[in-house]
Design a protein around this ligand. Structure first.
Ligand SMILES: Cc1ncc(COP(=O)(O)O)c(C=O)c1O
Length: 482
């Protein structure tokens, strides 16, 4: 990996690409930003892209493509069955993962649906142990009548930590779950890296140990490799034991240990799609029946051939250390700058984005008034950047429960789409967050107009006119700056 030292200044992450296509963006005035977030019901999912300067909602399907990916899209062989594109992508997958069978599927959550349809059964409900839950994964497991058990090691729940692999399984807990539920385990889901605890990686050692336990108890190991490219960077840079291995060698070792791998190619492969890959022909034929019924003919599985060609090239990029280090380096830079400015972030910095701890940033906003939602709205007002609420608004609410479930975390995720934003844009964001830190007492809470279960994309209302007051202070401090 390119490690670049500096002579006259402290190191900055250095882009290992040159920009060949750009998209114009705009910053609307702060007063307009207040109107836009009000119109969106203080929920950043409901915002219109035209009102956003830095779109840091997600890293999914929004990563910049290379000129080679864009060129490859023109090779797409649009053909219902047996297209050349399918075989080219199948060859690339075999080359990288060394697995014989590949099912194209239109995105990650659809892969999860296919696997749940195949293996999760009701009465008695199947159990899926996992290092941590992800909404789309557990949704399908529950829909099919099963349930999940989180087996994350204790340190993973610690928001401020120096542990390099907070996504690791607690192996003892996992073994206990496997023992207690013999005959009921659908599969063990290994999320690499772990999205909802801040893009935290899982070590190769831990994944290999999980695969051994799966073998011991005769259950499938299923790797969710959606965030694998960041995780590979962390294995290479944080796990001494495997430093000498190339990225391709690490992938091979991991892949050889897993029964089934699936991924969202909206992240892995810098495209928009997904895949399930495996070695067992019988299981491949079985899962294929669901793909054919729900996704599309199994040589395209609901994906456009253009995207499949882009993913083929993007998977090669995923094996390039310079390329996969870009995201984590930008996130580390952003997190370190914020931490140095006294802004509470999840540490160590992980992949996919920088996460701000809302309960610490604005302690005056209590549960029931949505600290992370309030902070995400305030960040948008201060900067034009759209982050994602990762707290009570996002938390699934069982319709049988009367009391609102409050998760253990109230975070604002500032995702860093790969190769999209520059260091100067990150520096702009840090500046606006420092201003917000100094004006945090002006931030107020939010509420839903109606009581009872809500969805993560529902609208909220501000508890007072705090957004207008925050904007007025911004105008006072920044004069005619946007
Ligand atoms: C770890 C993980 N698994 C699965 C998914 C679902 O993928 P998709 O958005 O392509 O449906 C995501 C998406 O964010 C993810 O981060």
């Amino acid at each position: 990996m390119a490690k670049i030292g500096y002579y006259s200044r402290k190191p900055l992450p250095l882009e290992m690409h040159k920009v060949c296509v750009v998209q114009k963006t705009e910053i609307i005035p702060v007063e307009e930003r207040v109107k836009a977030i009000r119109k969106a019901g203080f929920n950043t999912y409901r915002m219109e892209s035209k009102d956003i300067y830095l779109d840091m909602l997600t890293d999914s399907g929004v990563n910049a493509m290379t000129n080679e990916q864009l060129g490859a899209m023109m090779l797409g062989d649009d053909c219902y069955a047996g297209s050349k594109t399918y075989y080219r992508l199948a060859d690339k997958i075999k080359e990288i993962f060394n697995k014989d069978y590949f099912l194209p599927i239109h995105q990650g959550r659809a892969c999860e649906y296919m696997l749940a349809l195949a293996y999760v059964k009701p009465n008695p409900g199947s159990i899926v142990p996992m290092n941590f839950q992800f909404g789309t994964s557990v949704g399908k497991i529950k829909y099919c009548g099963g349930d999940y058990v989180i087996c994350l090691k204790e340190e993973g729940f610690n928001k401020q930590s120096t542990d390099p692999f907070k996504g690791d399984f607690d192996l003892e807990k996992l073994e206990g779950v496997l023992k207690a539920n013999e005959g009921k385990i659908a599969f063990v889901r290994i999320e690499s890296g772990t999205n909802l605890i801040g893009g935290q990686p899982i070590s190769l050692d831990n994944m290999l140990a999980v695969s051994e336990l799966c073998k011991k108890y005769g259950v499938y190991s299923v790797l969710d490799a959606s965030l694998l490219q960041d995780n590979l960077h962390f294995i290479k840079t944080r796990e001494n034991k495997y430093k000498a291995l190339s990225i391709r060698e690490i992938v091979r070792k991991l892949s050889d240990a897993m029964d089934i791998i699936y991924f969202s190619a909206r992240k892995l492969g810098f495209g928009r799609g997904g895949a399930i890959i495996l070695n067992d022909e019988k299981q491949y034929e079985y899962i294929k029946t669901f793909v054919a019924s729900f996704e599309g003919f199994p040589t395209f599985g609901g994906m456009s051939v253009k995207e499949m060609e882009a993913i083929r090239v993007g998977l090669d990029d995923t094996m390039d250390e310079d390329i996969i280090s870009q995201g984590p380096q930008f996130i580390e830079y952003l997190a370190n700058e914020l931490e140095a400015a006294g802004i509470p972030v999840v540490t160590p910095p992980g992949g996919l984005g920088c996460h701000i701890d809302a309960m610490k940033f604005i302690p005056q906003i209590k549960h029931g008034h949505y600290p992370a939602g309030s902070l995400a709205s305030a960040i948008y007002i201060a900067s034009g950047a759209r982050g994602m609420e990762r707290g009570a608004i996002d938390e699934p609410w069982d319709s049988e429960t009367e009391d609102e479930p409050y998760g253990s975390m109230e975070l604002v995720r500032l995702a860093v789409p790969r190769r999209v934003y520059t260091v100067s844009q990150i520096n702009y964001l840090v500046d606006r967050l420092c201003w917000l830190r100094d004006n945090k007492d002006l931030i107020g809470g939010l509420h839903f107009e109606t009581k009872g279960p809500h969805q993560f994309y529902d609208a909220l209302t501000a508890d007072s006119d705090w957004p207008e007051k925050l904007a007025a202070k911004f105008r006072e401090d920044f004069g005619d700056s946007l």
